[in-house]
Unconditional design. Sequence first.
Length: 114
Amino acid sequence: MAVKIINSSTSLAPNVASALCYIPMIGWIASIVLLLVEKNPSVKWNAAQSILLSLVLWGVGLLLGLTIVLALLVPLVMVAGLVLNLILAVKTYQGATIKLPVLSAWVDKVLKKV
């Protein structure tokens, strides 16, 4: 089954490019690259959401790590972030658009400014 590439500047299908943004450890790099070069609005939206999700997870981990008691929660936050990224990668590969409650509003604001 061939996937039609619509308004893409890369040779990746939109679902593959979007799923690439959520792959743990390398997804934020792919997200930055795709946000800069991709023309497909769906891929750009997923790339922006992935970047914001990574920043939020990093920030929460940093804030929790400031105190000894809350630092015990950092591994739980990181595991939850890993699971969330894997779920988002699978769902976007299947063609679904998952809008995270607060982040999707931020993504819409960021992409309107760009």
